[in-house]
Design a binder for this molecule. Structure first.
Ligand code: HEC
Length: 165
């Protein structure tokens, strides 16, 4: 056996043994730790995500079980832009990898009253924590109603914003 064949053979053997360890290490790096989930919980509460994306959150003064968080809301907000509904983020995040969420968040632009400009300036650590929490909670709920153009009358209940001229 030539030297180069021996080396490549050894490398193949090494790769075969190394692979499970590499995969294991990658899984470990991806698995959310308790601290990251706590950070996510903290952020979705103080950054207001629950205020709009969790049904009844305001009315219950935040006393809504985590299992119902961020399932989207049927309460629309109507203004000159039309009527918007906070989407179901529990379903939304299932479609994205963490990397896709980071890229989406960095370029996010949505209609009012979504504070997309706040999401854009969140640190990667914070965006990852929000993602980890939502993925940890898993998919739940129904899709929120679709956006309605300004000339479409939304069914009640909705919030009507009367803006200065
Ligand atoms: C004041 C209410 C409000 C708050 C606070 C809020 N959202 Fe939203 N969000 C909305 C509404 C309404 C929409 C739908 C906007 C539209 O239809 O263009 C939306 C849309 C989104 C979208 C989808 C954007 C898209 O079109 O792809 C994401 C993701 C999102 N919100 C995440 C968050 C996160 C994370 C937080 C907390 C950091 C948050 N939102 C806080 C109301 C809110």
């Amino acid at each position: 056996m030539s030297t180069s064949r021996t080396i490549s053979h050894l490398m193949l053997v090494a790769a075969a043994f190394a692979a499970p360890w590499i995969a294991h290490a990658a899984d470990k790096a991806k698995a959310p730790d308790a601290k990251q989930l706590d950070r996510g919980r903290y952020l979705v509460r103080i950054a207001g995500c629950n205020d709009c994306h969790t049904p009844g959150y305001e009315e219950a003064a935040g006393n809504i079980p985590e299992s119902q968080w961020l399932t989207g809301d049927r309460l629309g907000t109507r203004g000159p832009w039309g009527t918007t509904y906070p989407p179901n983020l529990r379903m939304y995040m299932q479609k994205l990898t963490e990397a896709q969420w980071l890229a989406t968040a960095r370029g996010l632009k949505a209609r009012p009253p979504m504070p997309w400009f706040n999401i854009r300036i969140m640190s990667d650590t914070d965006l990852r924590a929000i993602y980890a929490l939502i993925r940890h909670l898993g998919p739940a709920g129904e899709p929120a109603p679709a956006y309605l153009a300004p000339d479409k009358e939304p069914p009640p209940p909705y919030i009507q914003l009367v803006l200065p001229k």
